[in-house]
Design a binder for this molecule. Structure first.
Ligand code: PMV
Length: 315
């Protein structure tokens, strides 16, 4: 069998994270320049069915059997091999490399599963269709996050801008203009499972207050998606900043995020907010192309650990 290399992109939630867990829509885009790569090579001369996993960024160089059952890579491989209905496991080495940090709001857990499902299924000559890859990644998201909405696996599997609402068909969105974004890392790692669980607890304690904020976030997603469709940069930016206000109210921001978001706005961003699970991880700012370098510098001066730029092309 030949060597196989597959990958999966990172993702950015423009509007609606957390509220999406409670049935509201959310708007997400692929972050295609940042990827997790999975390569599979035959392991000649090794015992049949041995799968060796090498992922230096996760401190792993081990046979699959030695990973604990709840390990994400073990889950991704096991579910993919089950979906392939193989009578015998391939004998191979699986290498994983990410260009972006884990546990920081960019969808690394879904991207790992999707890259693995694509690579292992191509290696055995039966590439899994996107729907199956998406379903496998939703299962690993459930194991990792407890109560995921399904937005991460969906936007990463399809690698297209979309509005996601739990339990409803995905709505792909065609941008009406080109949108430019700056993404900055606070350097603070935070588990999404934890922030999702904290919001659930907060909601138990203050159901009406939390639900009214969740509903307001859902309404902003409607406004922002229409802005994306019509190419209205200003309206999308305003929706993003308003969304940040609500996420802050729900306790999902952090001092590091607030600093970067405020600096980005002061330096001329059209809108800025946290992206993903929050309380750390990354922020995203919508910017005019001409302001990119000024805003990047302002973010670096304010302590951003890594800065990325990305754009969404007009469809
Ligand atoms: O932190 P990330 O990249 O896993 O993003 C999670 C998005 C949430 O809305 C917070 C959770 C979810 O399952 O939708």
């Amino acid at each position: 069998m030949p060597n196989i290399a597959s990958s999966a992109c990172a993702k950015l939630i423009l509007l609606g994270e957390h509220a999406v867990v409670y049935g509201q829509p959310a708007l997400a885009i692929p972050f295609s320049s940042q990827r997790i790569k999975a390569t599979v090579e035959p392991l000649i001369g090794s015992p049949s069915g041995l799968i060796r996993i090498i992922a230096p960024q996760l401190g792993l160089d081990t046979p699959l059997e030695e990973l604990s059952e709840d390990n994400l890579i073990a889950q991704a491989l096991t579910l993919s091999l089950e979906a392939l209905e193989l009578t015998q496991r391939p004998t191979c080495v699986l290498r994983i490399h990410s260009s972006f940090p884990f546990a920081s709001g960019l969808g690394s857990s879904a991207a790992i599963t999707i890259a693995i499902a694509r690579a292992i299924s191509s290696f055995v000559g039966h590439p899994l269709p996107v729907e199956e890859v998406n379903a496998i990644a939703f299962k690993t998201e459930q194991l990792m996050h407890g109560n995921p909405s399904g937005i991460d696996n969906t936007v990463i599997a399809y690698e297209r801008p979309l509005v996601f609402t739990k339990g409803f068909p995905v709505e792909f969105v065609m941008p009406g203009d080109t949108f430019h974004f700056i993404v900055a890392d606070t350097g603070v790692k935070k588990s999404t499972a934890l922030t999702v669980a904290q919001l659930a607890q907060h909601r138990l304690e203050h159901p009406q207050r939390v639900d009214s904020v969740i509903l307001k976030i859902g309404n902003l997603v409607g406004v922002g998606s229409r802005a994306l469709l019509s190419g209205d940069n200003v309206a999308l930016g305003l929706a993003m900043t308003d969304n940040q206000g609500y996420l802050h109210e729900l306790g999902l921001s952090s001092p590091e995020l607030d600093t970067l978001i405020n600096k980005a706005l002061e330096a001329g961003s059209l809108g800025a907010k946290l992206t993903g699970g929050g309380q750390g991880g990354h922020m995203i700012a919508l910017v005019n192309e001409a302001d990119i370098s000024t805003i990047q510098q302002a973010l670096l001066d304010a302590g951003a650990k890594t800065i990325y730029t990305t754009r969404l092309e007009k469809a």
